[in-house]
Each structure stands twice: as C-alpha cells, then as structure tokens.
Design a protein around this ligand. Structure first.
Ligand SMILES: *[C@@H]1O[C@H](CO)[C@@H](O)[C@H](O)[C@H]1NC(C)=O
Ligand SMILES: *[C@@H]1O[C@H](CO)[C@@H](O)[C@H](O)[C@H]1NC(C)=O
Ligand SMILES: *[C@@H]1O[C@H](CO)[C@@H](O)[C@H](O)[C@H]1NC(C)=O
Ligand SMILES: *[C@@H]1O[C@H](CO)[C@@H](O)[C@H](O)[C@H]1NC(C)=O
Length: 175
C-alpha cells in the first residue's frame, strides 16, 4: 500500500477520529449512566433521569440536574396538591398537613428558583433548603404521631428526589 502517502494517512486518521468521537458522544444515555454510577442510589437515579427523554442525548450534567429538578418540582407539586385535597383522616395527620402544605410551598419555590442561580453551588444550596423543608414536615408528622402515614412515604420520595437533584448539582460544580 505504497499509495497511502503521509498526508492521506493523516487525513484518514482525522476523519476516523471525528467519526469515532461522534459515535461516542451520541451513545444513548451515556451521560446518564456515567453520572448515576457515581451515586449511591444508582437505580433510582436511572429511573428518574430516564423518565424524561431529554436525558437520552444530554451532553452535560447541568441538563441532567435540570431534569432531576423538574421531576422533583412536578412530584412535590402533586404531593402538595394531594395534601390540600385530604379533608378527613386521623387528627394527627390533618394537623400535620396544615403545616406541611406551607412547607411544601417552600419546597416548590426553592426548586423553581434553583436553576436560575448564577452558580452551581447556589443551585445546590437552594435544593438543600428544599430538602430541609421536607425534613421539617416529617418532624411535625413524627411529633403528631403521623409517622406511619402517607405523609412519611411522600416525604421519603421528595427527600430522595431532592437528594438526587442536589447530588447532580454538586457534580455539575466539579465536572
Ligand atoms: C420526548 O417526549 C416528548 C413528550 O413526551 C415528545 O413530544 C417528544 O417528541 C419526544 N422527543 C423525542 C426526541 O423522542
Ligand atoms: C412521585 O414519584 C413517586 C416515585 O416515582 C411516585 O411513586 C409517586 O406517585 C409520585 N407522586 C406524585 C404525587 O406524583
Ligand atoms: C421512610 O424512610 C425512613 C428512613 O429511610 C424509613 O425508615 C421508613 O420506613 C420509610 N417509610 C415509608 C413509609 O416509606
Ligand atoms: C453538596 O455539596 C455541599 C457543599 O460541598 C455539601 O455540603 C452537601 O452535603 C453535598 N450534597 C450532596 C447530596 O452530596
């Protein structure tokens, strides 16, 4: 193959490199797999991020953070609306819901705000603050003897979602 002169090989190499790197970059869920594998709850992370098709070809962790935050916002909004719709039940549950509705309003506000921050550490801080409001709701449920109720299972989901969003925001600071 004496006909492959140096410039030809050179161009061939560059073209191959570009083709190979494009294939790599568009591997579906490549970034989802990469970042979820860095976290403790890998399966939960995969489930949440894959529920939104923007994650399939996401090319930065900020996009993944935005998806987790969007899922968290939607889920906590539905939870808050459900809390508002409950009109009967054990007194400890009803008493807790009164406070938890306001606390979930704060959760939603923080989650809506976080992606407009200038800095990834402020994004992380806002999400953390949302998680603290969920903890307050849980402490109130505990003190009212409602720890075994749907309030606790809802708070567990919201806390997991906030944890995931905050973890991804933190990774976006270091990546
Ligand atoms: C992603 O999902 C949305 C709504 O579910 C849909 O409108 C859109 O076509 C989907 N996009 C792709 C690339 O699959
Ligand atoms: C929130 O997400 C969890 C986990 O995917 C789901 O089981 C639950 O039904 C959702 N809650 C609401 C109110 O949508
Ligand atoms: C909520 O999470 C706590 C702590 O992880 C766990 O002990 C509890 O069983 C969970 N409760 C529900 C109802 O999911
Ligand atoms: C995110 O980073 C902050 C600041 O370093 C840290 O305090 C927090 O525990 C981290 N959160 C998670 C979920 O890793």
């Amino acid at each position: 193959m004496a006909s492959l002169s140096f410039p030809h090989i050179f161009i061939f190499s560059i073209v191959s490199f570009i083709l190979i790197s494009n294939v790599d970059a568009s591997e579906p869920y490549e970034l989802v797999n990469k970042f979820c594998s860095k976290l403790d709850k890998v399966d939960f992370c995969l489930e949440v991020l894959k529920s939104d098709n923007r994650s399939q070809f996401a090319n930065d962790v900020t996009t993944l953070t935005r998806i987790a935050v969007d899922v968290s916002t939607q889920n906590s909004t539905k939870t808050r609306d459900y809390f508002q719709s409950v009109k009967s039940g054990p007194p400890g549950v009803l008493k807790s819901l009164k406070d938890c509705i306001g606390l979930y309003d704060n959760v939603i506000k923080n989650l809506r705000l976080c992606m407009s921050e200038e800095d990834c550490s402020l994004t992380s801080y806002d999400i953390h603050a949302a998680g603290e409001e969920v903890k307050r709701c849980q402490a109130i449920a505990d003190s009212n003897g409602a720890q075994g109720s749907f309030i606790t299972s809802s708070n567990n989901v919201t806390q997991d979602l906030c944890w995931l969003s905050e973890s991804l925001a933190n990774l976006s600071c270091t990546d």
